[in-house]
Design a binder for this molecule. Structure first.
Ligand code: ZN
Ligand code: FE
Length: 268
């Protein structure tokens, strides 16, 4: 929807708890919040920037992603605030349950979000993709992280690998907004899997420098993730070989390679 008069879309990071990012989508004076685990920092940001909250968007049912929903609904909208969330999970306060392929139209932000079902971390986890200029945006909760992926609390490795494959198929330039700052720990593990991956070593230095300056490593571009994240690299010969050595198996499938790397990371 190109429109010269439209103010630009911005994404504001709201740090919360130890290492969560709550994401605020902003256009003009309108805002939507993704995964408000805590209401207080969201309210403070809305007040500081003088914004109206128009929608809440949820990826999955974990407390650190939904804990602020009821307080935000009480403070804004007086019961009329739409709350989008996965149809396959029961989350108190959700007013618009979403299935794979649904489209969320946020009128006041002139923004459409496409829903992608990504089961694995939880059974009903969904991600939101916005095909906008200059670069597409992906809000993926706890599915894909910088250099890593979410733990399999409810889903199977087969499900999670298929979910990550769908995200990995999005355009190169897509900016990935995940919900946690886990990148450096993930890259330490990635280096154990692929010690000779030059792109990975470069990325680790860059992200270490960012953290040293207290800057987030999120968002990150999908193209760099495919080059460095072992949980998207089930086809890379070095990752496959590392997985096969780990489980003493031969010619592992993509899902079995992913499963072996995920199990390794759980004990790393
Ligand atoms: Zn979670
Ligand atoms: Fe989380």
């Amino acid at each position: 929807m190109p429109n010269d008069k439209l103010p630009p879309l911005a994404v504001v990071a709201i740090p919360a708890f130890q290492d969560n990012y709550l994401w605020l989508l902003v256009r003009g004076k309108s805002a939507a919040v993704v995964d408000p685990g805590d209401a207080a920092p969201v309210r403070a940001t809305l007040e500081r920037l003088d914004l109206d909250l128009c929608a809440i968007v949820l990826t999955h049912h974990h407390r650190d992603h939904i804990g602020g929903v009821s307080a935000l609904c009480a403070a804004y909208g007086a019961g009329s605030l739409p709350v989008y969330g996965p149809a396959a999970e029961s989350i108190a306060g959700v007013t618009v349950p979403l299935e794979d392929g649904a489209v969320v139209r946020l009128e006041s932000l002139a923004l459409e979000l496409q829903v992608i079902a990504v089961p694995g971390h939880t059974r009903g986890h969904i991600a939101y993709y916005a095909d906008v200029l200059p670069r597409p945006l992906l809000f993926c909760g706890d599915t894909l992280f910088g250099g890593g992926c979410g733990r399999l609390f409810e889903g199977t490795p087969v499900q999670m690998q298929a979910s990550l494959a769908r995200l990995a198929a999005l355009p190169d330039a897509t900016l990935v907004y995940c919900a946690h700052e886990y990148t450096l720990a993930n890259l330490r593990f990635a280096r154990a899997v692929e010690p000779d991956n030059a792109a990975l070593l470069r990325r680790e230095l860059e992200d270490q420098a960012r953290r040293a300056r207290s800057e987030p490593t999120v968002p990150f571009a999908l193209v760099g993730e495919r080059a460095t994240n072992p949980f998207l690299r089930w086809d890379a010969p070095a990752v496959k070989a590392a997985a096969e050595a780990r489980v003493k198996g031969a010619s592992l499938s993509a899902a079995a390679t992913f499963a072996a790397i995920r199990a390794w990371k759980d004990r790393f």
